[in-house]
Design a protein around this ligand. Sequence first.
Ligand SMILES: [Zn+2]
Length: 300
Amino acid sequence: MDLPTHFAFGLLIGLVFFASKPEAVLLIGFGALLPDLDREYWYVREQKYADEQFHRARFHNVFIIVAAFLVSPFLSIGVFIHMLQDSFTTAKDRGVEWFYPATRFVKRGLYDPNMKPQKPDPKEKVYFFQEDPLGYVNAADVDLREGDAPVPWRRVYGFAQNSHLLDRGFAFGSLALIIVWLAFPTSLSYIQNSLSYIRGNFILWLVGYGSIALLYMAGETQRRDKLPRVPQLKPIQFPLLVVGVALLALWFVLYRVAIYQNLQIIFADPLIIIVGTITVPVVTYILVKWYTRGGKTAIV
Ligand SMILES: [Zn+2]
């Protein structure tokens, strides 16, 4: 879905559930903006980026939710909401690869999209059930196509087309509800509370949201350079990128005390984290071994 849609819905969720905590609202909005940075061409060379299908994978996965949680639980809520919304979009829009990069360990699908069995690969023991419908994939934006080789269906797709009714419904519906919420008399104390918070933390959030704006602008200048007959903006692309990354790093520095406190809470009992982190790969390993015992083929 579009960036304003993600932002509006993130803010709405923040306001509805955490109105008394303006910092949480801004963190959720911030988190909702982050995942689509994996679309920007500054991030990876363009052809490789299309071939490998990094958009809606690299910054749209459960591991990014965990990483965001280490900074703030509210940031991870923003990232999660973004991914949930993208999951409603079609195969053409490339859905969301929730379990990237783990999904990349499985290389094949057992059937094609018409349920024709595929020739098994003697090297592969674990398969996805089906291959991705190449027709839909090739109807996607040029920079999201995979090429002609079949790839397994490893993404979560939905029913709604990007930038159409549901997308706009989320955007305008969220804006309308935000206005309703702001207009409600009981919101007055929340608004005053929010304004005094923003006044006290203006630099922090100017730096945070400013960094995101510059990084998207850097990506936009490169995309624009591919179009004929528009002013080419290549000379400002690199400065935008450098300042954007520097501001993002500065945001982490400015927010370090809160991040440190969050990490202290999370790692208050490190043993449970360590045991938990070991348990998941062990269970995965045992399951894969069990399902592929005696040379059997396992399906994800
Ligand atoms: Zn996205």
